[in-house]
Design a protein around this ligand. Structure first.
Ligand code: ZN
Length: 130
C-alpha cells in the first residue's frame, strides 16, 4: 500500500491526484488488476470526474454547497462541520479503477479527485493495486 499526502489550501477543494495514483500503480508493478483509492477521513472524499474544464469542478463545489450549506440551525454535531461530513459521504471514501498494462483505465476526460470539505489540512490517501 502506498500513502499519499495531500495538502489542501481551502475549506472546499478538489485536487486532481491522478498522476500520483498512476505513480503508485507503476511502483506496485501490477500490470493488470484493480486500483483502490481510499480516503481515511470523515470530512474528505474521493470522486472521479472531468479533468478538462475546471468550471466543472467549480460547479460541483457550488452545487454541493447549495445542497448542503455550511451553517444550519438544525445541525446537531457540536464540532460545527456537519456539512463537511455530509459532503464526504455524498462523494464516498473510496473509488476503484481498472489497471491494464500498468495504466489506470480512465476515460479521456476523467480524473481522480481528492475532495476536501473541511480544509485547509494535511490529508492522507491510501492506494493499493491488486
Ligand atoms: Zn465533525
Amino acid at each position: 500500500m502506498k500513502e499519499l499526502i495531500v495538502r489542501t489550501s481551502q475549506r472546499d477543494q478538489f485536487i486532481n491526484i491522478t498522476r500520483e495514483v498512476q505513480q503508485a500503480v507503476a511502483e506496485s508493478g501490477v500490470q493488470d488488476g484493480v486500483c483502490t483509492v481510499f480516503v481515511p477521513h470523515t470530512t474528505a472524499g474521493i470522486t472521479i470526474n472531468e479533468n478538462a474544464d475546471p468550471d466543472v469542478v467549480a460547479d460541483i463545489l457550488y452545487a454541493l454547497d447549495k445542497a448542503v450549506p455550511w451553517a444550519s440551525l438544525y445541525y446537531r454535531h457540536g464540532e460545527g462541520n456537519t456539512a463537511a461530513h455530509v459532503k464526504a459521504s455524498m462523494m464516498g471514501s473510496s473509488t476503484h479503477v481498472i489497471v491494464r498494462n500498468g495504466r489506470l483505465q480512465l476515460g479521456t476526460w476523467q480524473a481522480i479527485y481528492f475532495c476536501e470539505f473541511d480544509g485547509p489540512r494535511s490529508r492522507k490517501v491510501w492506494v493499493t493495486v491488486t
